[in-house]
Design a protein around this ligand. Structure first.
Ligand code: ITT
Length: 200
């Protein structure tokens, strides 16, 4: 089976990738399998730039097709923060959640969205990026222990439970990451059928 390297050391993301790609003919290998891979610095100003930097670095280092996701939470009342700084907003998941709840206080505007941008890199080039988003609200306190990161305080529109409470199966149908993957899979399937046509 063809292998693709996922440019992440985040085991939670890796589990979601494997679930989202379970029907595809591809084996997802994490960067953890490449023990000596140097740390990739996220120096971009957008999700697209950071996803591209990570995918390209992994493709060059591992010499097989690679993808990466750069993702985060944008809170409307905080001017879109933490955004691309989501992983670095504080030192731990619980501290990051506490910082958001503290900064929001009693603000009635709890609108937020999760954003995920996937970049695919093959043969030293980023071939495309794909953006997925899911809108929702920030709860007053953390609820549930499923998922990771900001999941316990994010309640997607149309649900009365947070991503921390909802089953992984539901999150993986409606999440920002699921939506970005749907687009990426469609793109790859279309490209593959073009290739098949060329060779038939
Ligand atoms: P890699 O760069 O190694 O992939 P990372 O965790 O540093 O892992 P990002 O730079 O993309 O990933 O930061 C994304 C952060 O946004 C992540 O650490 C979480 O805090 C948050 N986040 C992203 N997707 C999320 C999700 O589905 N549920 C909860 N929080 C999420």
């Amino acid at each position: 089976m063809a292998q693709i390297v996922a440019a992440t050391c985040n085991e939670h993301k890796l589990n979601e990738y494997r679930d989202l790609l379970k029907d595809q003919k591809v084996e997802v290998v994490g960067l953890n399998a490449y023990k000596k891979c140097p740390e990739i610095e996220e120096t971009g100003a957008t999700f697209e730039e950071n996803a591209s930097i990570k995918a390209l670095a992994a493709n060059k280092y591992c010499d097989i097709p690679a993808f990466a996701d750069d993702s985060g939470l944008e809170v409307e009342a905080l001017g879109g923060a933490p955004g691309i700084q989501s992983a670095r907003y504080a030192d731990s998941d619980s501290a990051r959640i506490a910082r958001i709840l503290n900064e929001l206080g009693d603000n009635p505007n709890r609108q937020a969205k999760f954003v995920c941008v996937i970049a695919i890199a093959i043969n030293g080039e980023v071939i495309e990026t794909f953006r997925g988003e899911v809108s929702g609200v920030i709860t007053k306190e953390p609820r549930g222990s499923n998922g990771f990161g900001y999941d316990p305080i994010f309640m997607p529109d149309g649900y009365d439970q947070t991503f921390g409470e909802l089953d992984a199966e539901i999150k993986n149908k409606i999440s920002h990451r699921a939506r970005a993957f749907q687009k990426a899979i469609e793109f790859v399937e279309d490209e593959m059928s073009v290739l098949d046509d060329d060779f038939s």
